[in-house]
Design a protein around this ligand. Structure first.
Ligand code: CA
Ligand code: CA
Length: 719
């Protein structure tokens, strides 16, 4: 076999040192670790020789953030900066810049993806979702304890600060995420937050600023974006539109309350608070005057006290009641809560707080305050729109690649699409998806045991029509959602070692604008697939492996929640439940101890880590698994089979999945030809439209028409 030799004429704007990162070589299925291996300079060309290799996928990169799209080559050739392959060396730069038709064979369309389409297709990515503050601590100097849920060790010392992980730590562990095979990272909202428990980012106070507790002088948000891009990783920014924190928005709107440093609990006295770093009073200990808010729109009396009296001892008159502070036991709501009757209507809705019966009812769900620290913004008003759209545009300009929108069902769809479409207009090709949390199929007025109307369900937001009983009354809105419908079935199937019911939910894919853009998951920071939807996955390891086989081969973009790769905090509540719970007892525990220098090798040897790494490589190599709709779907509880046909056979895969024991699987109505299994390397010829193969227990058969053969190495589950 001749060696595969690729030569590359780099653009003059690239740095001199160019690497080639490769994967899925044929026939050995090998790959490099990002950024790959250096290329040699020979006669003005950068060259790499793959010894004993017939074909490979690869990307050229200059370590400075510039890189080609994903390329594939099955014969030696010359690649020029205009995105063309040549079978012979182009004679000159002039030849190279013109399409040299006589010397090139036509390339299959998806081979030069980003260049060919001009726009990225986010379905090619897989997503790693993390809470930045709980992932990896690169700078202890920006750590911060929230007021609530402080953990004390046996000696009474506060430990495990809520704001712990940061951008510096995340940058240091980008290569970990890249090695695991993920090409996009969804980070929790990075804008400045304010509340008693705001480490997660969903209590926004200033959309125009990055929270200083995430940044370091040498690791800003811009640095994170740049470092991610240098590794071929995209950044998905989480955005809250629905609500602000209970203190208003810096420089835009003020919500009346008293400075927290004047709060004294009943039976206590000022200066006696003994609460970790909060000594004396509960004011923000990181600020010299121990206040919680620096809003320039605050009234004079507030700003005057903001600037002095850190101990909160000088008498202060509550302008609302005339009472003199500090006063033990005085009205906690005046410090920590809001008065729903005095909110500025240009910024906030005026309908009070959500209560029990409101959760399945459109108007209250979309106009009432979600919680005491989530105050419902008047999202249809111009001031709110201008502020939030303009603030996020700036992050898009910095290089943010995609947006995830929080609490979608709390905003009326057509109103929300104004935001989504404004960002897409600002950055053409932008991928935006939403979180519409539902426990159940979420079919709304279409049935399936749903108590709520369609207008608050995921499918409604993926569509443009206005008939809640007819999804096809309108086209695709271009705003796909996290797939809570599929997730909800996992409570009754994957968590019990079965695929039963998966077929039923996938057969309803037609209700969505485009089901191949849904973002799929086993669990996240809010929910898990147990009976109560509230714990980290606690099933057996093989059940998780089978779940990933499913998520990485059915339609949709798979998203892993940090730590799943090692069954991190298995069975723990996703969020605090009991009054005394602290984060270390939950699924949001600090992950960094598993990926520090001493432990990262053990982590990377976990069977699920290796399993996910291989699934990512397989999906990355097969366009049908990324983008194709599903057909010929069959599901029988212990197994599932289907076809994914991209562009009428351009990339074509027949998939069979097992959960529990091994099985013989037959699929009919497939294209005839030679198939190669990406898992075992087996080669089978389909004739008369039938393909039959055996799949071992908890494994997958991924038979690709004219496929590359085996990708990666056998593990415990894929074999
Ligand atoms: Ca830190
Ligand atoms: Ca709302």
């Amino acid at each position: 076999m001749a060696d595969l030799i690729v030569r590359f004429k780099k653009p003059t704007t690239w740095a001199n040192s160019v690497h080639i990162h490769y994967w899925n070589t044929h026939p050995h299925g090998q790959g490099s670790i990002w950024p790959g291996v250096p290329m040699e300079q020979v006669d003005g060309w950068l060259i790499h020789r793959f010894a004993g290799v017939e074909a490979a996928s690869f990307v050229f990169n200059d370590l400075q953030g510039r890189q080609s799209g994903d390329l594939h080559r099955d014969r030696s050739g010359w690649y020029t900066e205009d995105g063309h392959w040549h079978d012979q060396q182009p004679r000159s730069a002039a030849t190279a810049s013109a399409p040299a038709r006589s010397s090139t064979r036509p390339e299959a369309a998806p081979r030069i993806k980003t260049e060919a389409s001009g726009r990225p297709d986010f379905r090619e990515e897989t997503i790693y979702f993390l809470l930045t503050t709980r992932f990896y601590d690169g700078d202890p100097s920006n750590n911060f304890f929230c007021r609530d849920r402080i953990r004390f060790d046996a000696a009474g010392k506060a430990t495990d600060p809520h704001w712990r992980g940061d951008f510096k730590g995340l940058i240091r562990r980008l290569d970990y995420i890249r090695d695991l095979g993920f090409t996009a990272i969804w980070i929790t909202p990075p804008i400045e937050n304010r509340s008693g428990l705001d480490y997660h980012g969903y209590h926004g106070y200033d959309w125009t600023r990055i929270d200083p507790r995430l940044e370091s002088p040498d690791a800003t948000y811009q640095d994170l974006i740049n470092e991610a891009h240098a590794r071929g990783i995209k950044i998905i920014q989480d955005v809250v539109i629905n609500h602000s924190c209970q203190y208003g928005i810096r420089g835009k709107v003020w919500i009346d309350h008293l400075p927290i440093k004047y709060y004294v609990p009943q039976g206590s006295e000022q200066g006696r608070v003994d609460h970790g770093p909060y000594q004396g009073n509960l004011g923000n200990y990181a600020w010299p005057n121990r206040d919680d808010i620096d809003n320039p729109l605050a009234p004079d009396w507030y700003r005057e006290r903001h600037a002095r009296d850190p101990e909160g001892v000088e008498p202060l008159t509550d302008p609302k009641t005339g009472e003199i502070l500090p006063k033990p036991g005085y009205e906690p709501g005046r410090f920590f809560g809001i008065d729903a009757n005095t909110l500025d209507p240009a910024w906030y809705h005026q309908d009070g707080f959500i209560c029990g019966g409101d959760w399945e009812s459109i108007y209250p769900l979309q106009h009432k305050h979600l919680a005491g620290d989530c105050i419902d913004l008047a999202t249809e008003r111009e001031k709110v729109k201008d502020y939030i759209i303009g603030s996020i545009n700036r992050y898009l300009d910095m290089g943010v690649d995609a947006l995830r929108i929080d609490t979608v069902k709390h905003i009326e769809r057509d109103n929300l699409l104004e935001y989504v479409n404004a960002w897409k207009a600002h950055k053409p090709g932008l991928f935006v998806f939403g979180e519409n949390l539902v426990k159940g199929y979420g079919w709304g007025d279409l049935g399936g045991g749903d108590n709520g109307p369609s207008q608050i369900r995921p499918w409604w937001y993926t569509r443009l029509g206005h008939d809640p009983r007819d999804p096809t009354s309108g086209g695709d809105s271009g705003f796909p959602q996290l797939d809570f419908g599929l997730f909800s079935t996992f409570r009754d199937n994957l968590s019990r070692g079965s695929f039963e019911g998966i077929g039923r939910v996938l057969e309803m894919d037609w209700i969505y604008g485009n089901a191949t853009e849904l973002v799929t998951f086993l669990q996240n920071h809010d929910v898990g697939p147990d009976n109560d939807f509230r714990f980290r996955f606690k099933g057996e390891q093989w059940m998780a492996a089978a779940a990933y086989n499913l998520l990485w081969t059915v339609r949709g973009i798979p998203c892993l929640y940090f730590g799943e790769e090692i069954e991190f905090m298995k069975g723990a509540p996703q969020d605090v439940i009991g009054n005394d719970d602290t984060l270390d007892t939950t699924g949001r525990a600090y992950f960094g101890d598993h990926i520090d220098d001493a432990h990262i090798a053990t982590t990377q040897d976990h069977p699920l880590y290796r399993h996910l790494r291989r699934l990512n490589r397989i999906r990355r190599a097969i366009p049908a698994l990324q983008k194709a709709p599903m057909s010929q779907l069959a599901e029988w509880g212990s197994g599932l089979s289907f076809v994914r046909d991209w562009n009428q056979g351009e990339s074509y895969a027949v998939v069979g999945l097992t959960i529990g024991g091994g099985q013989d699987i037959s699929v009919s109505g497939v294209r005839d030809g030679i198939y190669r299994d990406a898992v075992t390397g087996d080669e089978i010829t389909a004739q008369g439209g039938n393909l039959s193969f055996h799949v071992k227990g908890n494994s997958a058969g991924i038979y690709v028409l004219e496929g590359p053969g085996k990708i990666g190495e056998d593990g415990v589950y894929l074999r």
